[in-house]
Design a protein around this ligand. Sequence first.
Ligand code: FAD
Length: 433
Amino acid sequence: QVNIFWFRRDLRLNDNVGLFHALQKDDATLPVFIFDKHILDELPKDDARVSFIFDEIQKMRVELQEKYGSSIATYYGYPEEIFAEIIEDFNVKGVYTNRDYEPYAYKRDAKIQALLAENGIEFHDFKDQVIFEKNEVEKNDGGMYLVYTPYMKQWKKEFEKNSIEAYASKKHLNNTYNNTRLPNLSLSDMGFEASSIQVPDYHLEKEFLENYEDTRNIPSINGTSRLSPHLRFGTVGYREIVLKALSAKNETFLNELIWREFYKAILHHFPETQSRSFKPIYDEIKWRNDEAEFEKWKTGTTGYPIVDAGMRQLNKSGWMHNRIRMVVGSFLCKHLLIDWRWGEAYFAEKLLDYEMSSNIGGWQWVAGTGVDAAPYFRVFNPYSQTDKFDKDKKYIQKWVPEFGTDDYPKPMVEHKIARERCLETYKAAVKKK
Ligand code: FAD
């Protein structure tokens, strides 16, 4: 008999909670990854995230083969069909995995759990990608916080009651299923190809953490950690990161990690907000949704240099600085009156760190439609944002080399006019209440 460990968004061998628990059992653990057709069918064939996942799995495979005489079995298809195949091929005692809080993942896991139960196979899932999940940080009278700051304070109180340490899953890898020749797909077997966009390494040196408060808003420097794709795909253990954040003198970095958990808990409690405004009144907004203007925004040709720099950074590198995500998001929703869902979908297609909870949270924040969001009358002024955060225009010049020449377009809409139009449109929606 074997136990399956099902990798999903936890592509690492150490500090992996579900893997750790599987490896404690008497029966050997067979590591599995499924390239899910439900997800892959929606993606371009050179999707950078698929390439990244593929490379990370290869790295783990090599380590397992070389050091432990085992491997990872990879499959391509619909998880429910693949599991039916796996339980035909192996004598499976239990399936171990780490919890995933997205609406699609809940449905997928319920189906798999039911299929396994029909076959008398146990299903064990674990908390791995957050410190607190679901209802673990709640108001005193129960219920989810809808404002970040009290959530963050309660998170810290709860944290004091617990201690965390990394799970030493790596120490137990001798108990992986002894077979180096498990199914191993290539990218082209799935109709995919390697992407030219690479996920950069993250950095978390002590000095960086101490200075983070000053560097985090300057898009022209490497002043943020670049952890986001690693947290998204679990190529780094989360407990290790939180322990590092705690070692810094100030809590600014830890607070950002808590934003991530806040948005995950919000999406868990309000899955409908993946497509609806958290505050339903804002679904009354009469968006202009002009396709040609959306195209200019996507291609970074709006004539607003800070917006264009951001969009080009996204298109070329798969990442955009947080400050600039706010600026381009506000510009799309408020200056152009294009539905936040359009922007959200475009980010989902392009971001290496695309994370439904943070993306929905971020977009609803900029649109003013979400929990603890920017109020609708706060319309970012792209020029003053530039003066504050890219004064010497280094960031703009890096991504918009023709800035300042005749080749650079004139602003597609005047700031003052756009601002007034936005306020009128939002006011009209709110009045309907
Ligand atoms: P750092 O500043 O080094 O922060 C460290 C970590 O803290 C990040 O990796 C991230 O996990 C977390 N974090 C930081 N800021 C936020 C935040 N505002 N909300 C939630 N978590 C945060 N983040 C994503 O991971 N995926 C997304 O799809 C995503 N979409 C966004 C869309 C919009 C419109 C906005 C305004 C923000 C979005 N963010 C998203 C949040 C934030 O922009 C990124 O997490 C951050 O830029 C990632 O870079 P970093 O790892 O260098 O960040």
